[in-house]
Design a protein around this ligand. Sequence first.
Ligand SMILES: [Zn+2]
Length: 447
Amino acid sequence: MHRCFLIRNADVILTMDDGRQEIKGGDILVRDGVIEAVGQGLYDDDAQIVDGRGCLVTPGLINTHHHLYQTLTRAVPGAQDALLFGWLKTLYPIWAKFGPDHMRVSAMVGLAELALSGCSTTSDHLYLYPNGARLDDTIDAAKAIGLRLHATRGGMSIGESAGGLPPDSLVEREEDILNDCIRVIDAFHDPNPGAMIRVGVAPCSPFSVSRDLMRDAAILARDKGVMMHTHLAENDEDIAYSLEKFGCRPGQYAEDLGWTGPDVWHAHCVKLDVSEIELFAKTGTGVAHCPCSNCRLGSGVAPVRAMRDAGVNVGLGVDGSASNDIGNLVAEARMAMLLQRVTYGADKMSPREALEIATRGGAKVLGRDDIGQLAPGLRADIAIWDMSDVEASGSWDPAALLLAGPMVVKHLFVEGRHVVSDSWITTINMETTLASQARLLKGLMDG
Ligand SMILES: [Zn+2]
């Protein structure tokens, strides 16, 4: 794409800026990866034109929780109908066969899937490193496809022989986990505005690492100035485990070990109680809400209405593709809206609020003020949705993006780069990527 382009005559631009401006017949001028102007009747001699007629324009969506490697383990028979702990125990032996190629190719497919659903920034939580796999494999995939990535270096240290859930072959020594965190932060983390790659520290969950590692990981992250992420309070089993092993609820455990603050975000939080919601609000601790995964694993409905009303930062996550099993972020926003309505009533989560969670909410959770809205000076992460096609035709209002469709974006720009054009990934060869994925899948199935 030209370094300067003008999106012209969009039906509506939902800017999600501080005033929540909605601009009919709107234009966006982009130069060198940054939004220069948003308004009507814009003009620039140099600009290449992108026709916005018939389209809704939104900020690129932001995904705050994923395990990209899991796109190679969708719909695994033994894990289809299991609860969380049984689901994990079915999948661990398959994941133990993964290596660098599995990590890179599955990430490429997962990132492509996200991009096609309008997602321009994603976090990833990689907590197992079998057979020479490294975080570098996922980062390579993101660089190739051109999505913004917050890669988190996870880890598990308590294997079956020590009373944990994962097989011993998937756990690492805590010292090795921390040393590799330092390596990947030093190699890849970019703290600057417009960063395409940031790195975080992310022990898998309180039930797969020790109290010491949780605390040391927090100290390391703060020393390095990076963010921290883990799974928390996902379901009833999770709460019971915390009460039995730690003698406290997950919120207390997190607080005791330094795992609250604006530099921390926790996935799921389905079972946070009123005092934990207050704690998260008071400390600026973020939540990655994963409604489809919570449905799929029967975990429950996260109290997002209560969290938002209390002032908790909430973003959306598709979660890994072994527990969703799709990675479509606009569909996730729709599910977030619907689930809150099931619990609280049809007037308690509007399409615009769900879209706000998927954009501004995600940016806040990931500690970014340079993305998540369309305004001058922000990065040019822009999703363009065709509202004239079958799924949305007949719609009266842009709320149709979540109440109706489409589920595939027409154009997606990330840092001004045209990653999706006419609903097709432009940056990598999808056919060869899918062929590689199929070959790796066959290898896993054959044993
Ligand atoms: Zn997860």
